[in-house]
Design a protein around this ligand. Structure first.
Ligand code: NG1
Ligand code: ZN
Length: 530
């Protein structure tokens, strides 16, 4: 390794002294102004991982559902999966090394991971310039580097951050290739295809559309031939990349599925009052979408790795079908097929603590499907799901499958609804969600909260869990937990109870406990306005 060059270039991407970041649920997330050194160093790390695995590795610059001033970076492993845990630790160490420690940390990673520095590295960079938040994607593999130019005008921070990544790649002798404007899941797909030499699919966006649309047509052709008229779906694309990609996919889909795209980025801001996160957290329809009663609608998030469904009934009531309902639909469908085929494969559903209590109860007690609870973050669910022949996993926010892919999840849901001849209200009627509420509390240092039992109990600060237990005991059918967010500088509070009012009050009381016992900053949390 040419340490002299690394150190010289590193000075151009100098680390703010003392700044400490952590590779969390979805990589590093913080203000764009504090990310330059991290981008450069993730470029270095991606090359090392590529050399070690002799494979394409993805590096993504993104802050999918976060506020505009935030940005982030994450690495994608050879099979399109999240980065291996040991390398997450290397990423954190590398990002936090002061300039004078850089050489030692790099040497240490190479030694521990037996990286062959003479090997090749291959990198593909794409930028997703969206209204509001920029996302850039970089792939590393063992041959070349590719670079894609954003379609829209680039924000200065995005250009600079992606340049920092390529500086890191170049200084270690990696090469580039540009994959253009793609969704996060498409990048994961591309990494997997490249490393499986076409066995998984063709590593182009066209290959992706062909793979998904062919599977959809094959799966539904019989059901579609028996239908009167086409199926139709309204999609809120959160003013993100999903709109563009869904339009492209439309050319590959047969006329039997009519997709109407709203919030396509021509008018609104990315994730602003729309998108899967907004709909899930606020439990109301997005702005920019005119729903007719009973009309089937869904929302993607900004980088199209989450999806939630919803509709309004004749009385105008809003009904949300979140990741838990999606997991239930898919697992019920698969379980029925397994029973029909007389198969005895191991089968389980993996959820997180955010899963609605009713969904867990329905799966275990009515469907007789084993349910496991993993820590937040799809990588945790993914690893648990791999223990079974068939594992279905979704976070309640609609983030599911290998890395979360709103487009492929949408097609799967549409296929199942067609095959089972189910309407959305019928699907919704499988079980009734317990009323719930999610809140955020600002604290001085969210690391003060440490959790156990798949994040369902707080071990620190002292007294907090006892206080939460006491509050929960005052309510019926109640459950609540708190955990530090891995993607935002907040503590998240989740509560569910027998009525919405009780869920709101429970969430508020728990928020106050966090505020008082875990170093809350600013004004104390206010009661939830219903
Ligand atoms: P954090 O910020 O750690 O809660 C959020 C989501 C996760 C996951 C990641 C990555 C919730 C409560 N949390 O993580 O489920 O999707 O973002 O996108 O929705
Ligand atoms: Zn996302």
């Amino acid at each position: 390794m040419d340490f002299e060059a690394v150190i010289k270039y590193s000075k151009l991407h100098a680390k703010p002294p003392g700044l400490s970041l952590q590779y969390g649920t979805a990589g590093f997330r913080t203000k764009a102004e504090n990310l330059d050194h991290t981008m450069f160093r993730m470029g270095l790390l991606a090359v090392l991982r590529s050399k070690q695995t002799k494979s394409t590795i993805g590096v993504m610059v993104t802050a999918s559902h976060n506020p505009e001033e935030d940005n982030g970076v994450k690495l994608i492993d050879p099979l399109g999966e999240m980065l291996a845990a040991a390398w997450e630790e290397h990423a954190t160490r590398l990002a936090n090394a002061e300039e004078e420690e850089l050489q030692r940390v790099l040497t240490d990673i190479c030694r521990k991971e037996a990286v062959d520095l003479l090997g090749n590295a291959f990198v593909i960079l794409t930028c997703q310039q969206l209204i509001g938040i920029n996302m850039c994607v970089l792939f590393v593999s063992c041959f070349n580097i590719y670079f894609y130019t954003p379609v829209f005008a680039s924000r200065p921070s995005s250009k600079k951050l992606s340049q920092s990544v390529t500086d890191g790649v170049s200084v270690l002798g990696g090469q580039y290739h540009d994959y253009g404007l793609v969704t996060t899941p498409q990048l994961h797909y591309m990494v997997c295809c490249r490393n499986t030499h076409g066995n998984y699919g063709i590593a182009t966006v066209e290959g992706y559309y062909e793979k998904l649309s062919n599977a959809f047509v094959e799966l539904t052709k019989q059901a579609m031939s028996q239908r009167d008229g086409h199926m139709s779906l309204r999609v809120d694309c959160a003013n993100g990349i999903g709109a563009l990609k869904l339009k492209e996919l439309g050319r590959y889909l047969p006329g039997c599925l009519m997709v109407h795209i709203d919030n396509d980025g021509t008018k609104g801001k990315l994730n602003h009052l729309c998108g899967a996160d907004f709909v899930k957290v606020h439990q109301k329809p997005p702005v920019g979408l005119e729903m007719k009663p009973g009309e089937r609608c869904c929302s993607f998030d900004g980088d199209a790795d989450r999806i939630v469904y919803y509709y309004t009934d004749a009385a105008g009531h809003f009904h949300l079908l979140d990741g838990d309902k999606i997991a239930t639909l898919i697992s019920t469908f698969l379980k029925e097929l397994l029973v029909k085929a007389g198969q005895t494969l191991t089968f389980a559903v993996v959820q997180t603590a955010y899963a609605n209590g009713s969904s867990t109860c329905y799966l275990e007690e009515t469907m007789k499907v084993p349910v496991h609870c993993a820590k937040t973050g799809v990588k945790h669910l993914h690893h648990k799901a791999q223990e079974f022949d068939i594992g279905v996993y979704f976070e309640a926010n609609g983030h599911g499958t290998t890395v979360g892919d709103a487009i492929s999840d949408m097609l799967l849901i549409e296929a199942i609804l067609a095959l089972k001849n189910l309407t959305v209200p019928q699907w919704d009627g499988m079980y009734t969600d317990l009323p719930n509420r999610q809140l955020k509390v600002k604290v001085a240092d969210r690391r003060i909260i440490d959790t156990t039992d798949a994040e369902r109990r707080a071990v620190t600060p002292p007294g907090l869990q006892k206080k939460i237990d006491d509050i929960v005991n005052k309510f019926q059918l109640a459950r609540a937990f708190v955990r530090p967010s891995g993607t935002e500088d907040v503590v998240r509070v989740y509560a569910e109870a027998d009525t919405q009012e009780n869920a709101d009050n429970l969430a508020h009381e728990v928020s106050l406990a966090v505020y008082h016992l875990a170093g809350g900053v600013g004004e104390p949390p206010k009661a939830v306005a219903s």
